[in-house]
Design a protein around this ligand. Structure first.
Ligand code: HEC
Ligand code: HEC
Length: 380
């Protein structure tokens, strides 16, 4: 069994399981004791990742695990991750140093080469070129792609049109989700989730399980989250930026302002449907990819990523089962996150089933005030 500290850490990670409006926030706080610490200040046996923020270590581990296609136990004892008993762990340290050197000496420190560049999901990288598969022919050049503007305006039309969207100024979304907790995120706990939103950009989310409640939100200027002990924290700069973007009540109407650059890349298949892939660059953040159904025009997938010391951690959200909420505007009633949130293991997923959407529900602005931290209050 793992220590309570690890369990609590897991639960804090759930903060990122924000019930997506149309796009989810990434609001998430580091566990209390980790805040502001470097890997070697927080963990016991760090020899390579010195100076890396402690809350990036687990994310890096998930990337490494996935890049090599192994379990954590390939390199680690369970539960003592600090023990240096396995040869593979020492090899991995050498590999980390090698990758850092390659990037430093050849790519101006950009993370161009990662564990995945060579490993591709295997512990033994290929050293020979695989024999060519049956001839596939040239990929046809994508023909007659619409412009980003055309795709965005079709999306707004598909949702019900700008006029109908602007008539709504607040919204309460209720749904259910099994949230992964416990070691490895393998213990699913049923939760009722409730998201309240008010224009222009107020958000509060509650996640209620049989035994605890956690919440997070955006109060118009800052993202926050409250853990099961009542402690309130503010996530780091990247998550603040993303939370702010995603809190925009009229995001579908504001996509052009949200992204400084949008470029239509071509077609991709998303869950059995053809979709336009649009590369979207937000101000000061990593590139995202938006996928719009060619037929319906609706946003069916959003892809984003986080930088970690060993490469990027992808996070993908699918929007399905769009229905009219009753006010002439469509909303996705099925939201699938892969992995479960921006900072969990690539192999976990999480599904939100929306049960009710109430448009123009009366919501007092005070509901969106950042709560007082209970732990802080107790310390006074
Ligand atoms: C391919 C080998 C490898 C795999 C797989 C791997 N790790 Fe690691 N892990 C390492 C190495 C190497 C370090 C030490 C890094 C350093 O010295 O800076 C480390 C360090 C850690 C630490 C810090 C321990 C301490 O107190 O010093 C934790 C926690 C951890 N790993 C968790 C995990 C988890 C959870 C997984 C599975 C998701 C995982 N690791 C998968 C190689 C691996
Ligand atoms: C430039 C290519 C390359 C990159 C990048 C790379 N590796 Fe490797 N790695 C190899 C090769 C080649 C081997 C096999 C060596 C052998 O067969 O002795 C290997 C072996 C390993 C092994 C030993 C596997 C076993 O069966 O015991 C581990 C663990 C490992 N790599 C971890 C990593 C990690 C973690 C990263 C990223 C930080 C990484 N590697 C990046 C090329 C690479």
């Amino acid at each position: 069994m793992r220590s309570l500290r690890i369990c609590l850490k897991r639960i804090t990670v759930l903060m990122a399981l924000t019930l997506a409006a149309v796009l989810p926030t990434h609001a998430q706080a580091a566990p209390p004791s980790m805040e502001g610490k470097t890997a070697e200040q927080f963990y016991k046996s760090i020899k390579v990742l010195n100076g890396v923020p402690a809350d990036q270590v687990i994310e890096s581990m998930h990337q490494i695990r996935a890049a090599l296609g192994v379990n954590c136990e390939f390199c680690h004892e369970d539960p003592d991750r600090a023990a240096d008993t396995k040869e593979a762990k020492e090899t991995a340290r050498q590999m980390m140093r090698m990758v850092m050197d390659i990037n430093k000496n050849n790519f101006k420190g950009q993370q161009e080469v990662t564990c995945y560049s060579c490993h591709r999901g295997s512990t033994v990288p290929m050293t020979t070129v695989p024999l060519p598969a049956v001839e596939k022919g040239e990929e046809p050049e994508p023909q007659g792609l619409p412009s980003a503007d055309q795709i965005l305006s079709k999306y707004v039309q598909a949702l019900g049109g700008e006029q109908a969207i602007r008539k709504i100024t607040s919204r309460i979304i209720t749904g259910t989700q099994f949230i992964p907790t416990g070691p490895g995120g393998t213990m699913p706990v049923p939760a009722v989730i409730e998201r309240s939103q008010k224009a222009p950009n107020l958000v509060v989310n509650f996640y209620r399980t049989p035994t605890y409640t956690i919440s997070d939100g955006f109060d118009g200027s800052k993202a926050w989250s409250q853990d099961l002990r009542g402690r309130v924290t503010e996530p780091g700069a990247t998550d603040q930026m993303r939370a702010k973007r995603n809190a925009d009540f009229y995001l579908p109407l504001d996509l052009k302002q949200t992204y400084t650059q949008m470029q239509v890349r071509g077609f991709e298949n998303v869950n059995g449907h053809d979709a336009y892939a649009v590369i979207a660059r937000p101000q000061g953040d990593r590139v995202e990819r938006l996928y719009f159904d060619v037929q319906t025009g609706l946003l069916v997938r959003k892809w984003s990523s986080l930088a970690t010391p060993v490469g990027e951690a992808p996070f993908q959200v699918d929007y399905e089962d769009y229905r009219d909420t009753g006010s002439g505007v469509k909303f996705p009633y099925l939201i699938v996150m892969n992995p479960a949130n921006a900072r969990t293991e690539p192999s976990t997923t999480a599904t939100i089933r929306v049960t009710k959407v109430q448009d123009n529900a009366p919501l007092d602005s005070s509901k969106f005030t950042k709560p007082e931290s209970k732990a802080a209050a107790a310390a006074q």
